[in-house]
Design a binder for this molecule. Structure first.
Ligand SMILES: Cc1ncc(C[n+]2csc(CCOP(=O)(O)OP(=O)(O)O)c2C)c(N)n1
Length: 636
């Protein structure tokens, strides 16, 4: 039996000896490598927080003390220490979530995996404690990457304002998001990292000066209360202390004793305090440490010894299709520039960055800034391409609306991982973009159905906005969206006949699903037209006329049914006085549990069989109501 086997909850950690704790850390790393290799998931970030997670659970009493993990991708160790050791179905249907989950455990508070929110949550939790007169600590753990997000700074501003409200911020500084963290904050953390002078000086002062007769104690006290300028001579605590936070660090995040003693000091402090821990992403696993591109931030199913992938490679991925095409466009067009919010490689911009380093910016986890900066770049005469995961564009909605669209800035947003993404769970599905973006005036949205369309529509987006700019007419943002799944959903045929019964508008990768549904219905004698509208916003002016020649219109999208393309089509038909019923196939208003994309789509009824069944049921109802039957001539 291993020590890990004996850990049923945080209490079991408290009695362990130093040697046992070291052994436990090694066992956890071994466990993580093998478990995550079997299912895929976040490996590097978790290998980096083994000691930190153990120390947090030894020093604090979760769930009475509140531990909030920013982003939550680094909570596998926390899960292991809080009674969740069955990783066999991690991120799979019915298995553990890849992020914190309230359903799973009372130790999990925040399950939103969008970065930079932990400090805001902690601020609220600490205020609630104060107002209700409750005891207990509030601790937020945030990475140096997440700390680049503007929300983190808004929270810091508020947290620092209450000098008497205890709140502990642990900065897990591994110097990286996926890639190394860059920017002014990263530079500042780097400076702090190299200088533990002040804390050491104080420790030395306490030890030596307090033993020095007569002048020792007063001198120590005056040094301890010294002004910041003096402190800066020993260590540039700068920013955090200027804000009004007590700064403790930097601490070696893999020295469990040092982390524990820093956390105990922080716990005794009656105000906001920041503990700066230095950790190593991928710690203890050689293949990860050797991969400086992203230190195994996320891995697929792989052999833990060779790191060879064990699932068939998807080639080419949508991301790589975009990545290659944008490099070609970059060669033809010097005004095309690109931005990423700390996800250079995941969104496919690495090759562009290598080819045109002066035309590429990683802005940190700062989607809002990316959008506004892009508006500035466009106004300055360039054509910015902002590549983000669809789910993270939610963050930048106001900026897209007010700074990009209102100013008719020629910006192309490329929405990676649009639609149902599956295993990353509720917060990672890109299932809202087609709804929230419907209301943005002037914005055009493409939903490419395959790799060729993605290339073509990316070019249309970049070219048209530029042409408009040259001609002096209004520019507008464009947003091609592409899913996570393979980029080879070939558009093979269209089942249109002389007198089609129903018309199906297939949004992007739902095209093959619609074609298969059409085949099933055709076998039952129902004739149909399947349409790929390509640009799903605005609704093509010809679509109402086309719809009018059918008895039912079905819109199939892997986006929310509320306010999505289906709703827009319905509106367009209504405006054109076309009285044909629209059936919206999409995602109901709910958050989706983690499972494979195919499983999620099946549960939602977004399969050819389900769609065909529902369309034929609608037609049957119409027929029994006395309308012309399938195949009969119908005039709308
Ligand atoms: C708003 C938002 N944008 C992008 C991401 C994608 N993302 C997940 S983890 C991560 C890097 C986080 O870096 P850091 O906070 O330093 O944690 P580490 O992985 O290094 O432990 C990013 C960019 C996200 N989760 N949320």
């Amino acid at each position: 039996m291993t020590i890990l086997d004996t850990i049923r909850g945080p209490r079991d950690l408290k009695a362990l000896t130093e040697a046992e704790l070291g052994e436990l850390a090694a066992e956890i790393r071994e466990f993580l490598v093998h478990a995550v290799a079997r299912t895929g998931g976040h490996l590097g970030p978790n290998l980096g927080v083994v000691e930190l997670s153990i120390a947090l659970h030894r020093v604090f009493d979760s769930p009475v003390d509140r531990l909030v993990w920013d982003t939550g991708h680094q909570t596998y160790v926390h899960k292991l220490l809080t009674g969740r050791q069955d990783f066999s179905k991690l991120r799979g249907k019915g298995g553990l979530s890849g992020y914190p989950s309230r359903e799973e455990s009372e130790h999990d508070i925040v399950e939103n995996s969008h970065a930079s929110t932990a400090l805001g949550w902690a601020d609220g939790l600490a205020k609630a404690r104060q107002v209700r007169g409750e005891r207990g600590h509030v601790v937020a753990v945030i990475g140096d990457g997440a700390l680049t997000g503007g929300m983190a700074w808004e929270a810091l501003n508020n947290i620092a304002a209450a000098k008497d409200r205890p709140l502990i911020i642990v900065v897990n500084d591994n110097e990286r998001s996926y890639a190394p963290t860059i920017g002014g904050l990263a530079d500042h953390l780097a400076t702090l990292r190299t200088t533990d002078g002040y804390e050491r000086f104080l420790a030395w002062g306490k030890d030596v000066l307090q033993r020095t007769p007569v002048v020792g104690q007063p001198l120590y006290e005056s040094l301890h209360g010294a002004k910041k300028g003096f402190k800066d001579a020993f260590a540039p605590q700068g920013m955090f202390e200027d804000l009004g936070l007590k700064y403790v660090g930097p601490i070696d995040g893999h020295d469990m004793g040092a982390v524990e003693s820093a956390l105990r000091r922080a716990k005794r402090f009656h105000g906001p305090v920041l503990v700066h821990c230095l950790t190593e992403k991928g710690r203890g696993y050689e293949p990860a440490l050797a991969d400086d591109a992203d230190r195994f931030h996320t891995v697929g199913v792989m052999d833990p010894l060779t790191c060879e992938p064990l699932t068939p490679a998807i080639a080419p991925t949508w991301t790589s299709v975009f990545g290659d095409e944008i490099v070609r466009i970059g060669a033809e067009r010097e005004d095309v520039v690109a931005l990423t919010a700390a996800m250079l490689e995941p969104v496919g911009l690495k090759k562009f960055a290598e080819a045109y380093p002066d035309r590429m910016w990683d802005v940190g986890i700062a989607e809002q800034h990316a959008a506004v900066s892009a508006a500035g770049l466009a106004t300055g005469g360039l054509h910015p391409v902002v590549a983000v995961y669809a789910t993270f564009l939610n963050r930048a909605f106001d900026q897209l609306l007010m700074d990009v669209a209102l100013h008719r800035s020629g910006v192309t947003f490329v929405l990676d991982r649009a639609g149902v993404t599956g295993v990353d769970g509720a917060s990672h599905n890109g299932m809202w973009d087609l709804s929230i973006l419907q209301v943005v005036p002037g914005l055009r949205i493409a939903a490419p159905r395959d790799a060729d369309q993605l290339r073509a529509q990316l070019r249309e987006a970049v070219a048209v906005t530029t042409r408009r700019r040259c001609s002096g007419s209004p520019r507008s943002p464009w947003a091609p969206r592409s899913p996570r799944s393979a980029g080879s959903a070939a558009w093979t045929c269209c089942c249109g006949t002389r007198t089609p019964t129903y018309c199906s508008f297939a949004v992007g990768v739902m095209a093959p699903v619609c074609l298969q549904a059409a085949e099933l219905l055709r076998a039952r004698g129902l004739r149909c037209t399947v349409v790929d509208p390509r640009w799903v916003k605005p609704v093509d002016a010809e679509l109402p006329g086309l719809a009018a020649r059918h008895r039912v219109v079905a819109v199939v999208e892997d986006n929310s049914r509320a306010a999505g393309v289906g709703a827009a089509v319905e509106l367009a038909l209504g405006d054109a006085e076309v009285d044909v019923p629209v059936r919206r196939f999409g995602i109901p208003e709910q958050f989706l549990a983690h499972a494979k994309r195919g499983e999620v789509l099946a549960d939602l009824g977004l399969t050819p069989v389900e769609i065909a069944g529902r369309i034929s049921a609608t037609l049957a109802v119409k027929e029994s109501a006395g309308e012309p039957g399938p195949g009969k001539e119908h005039s709308a």
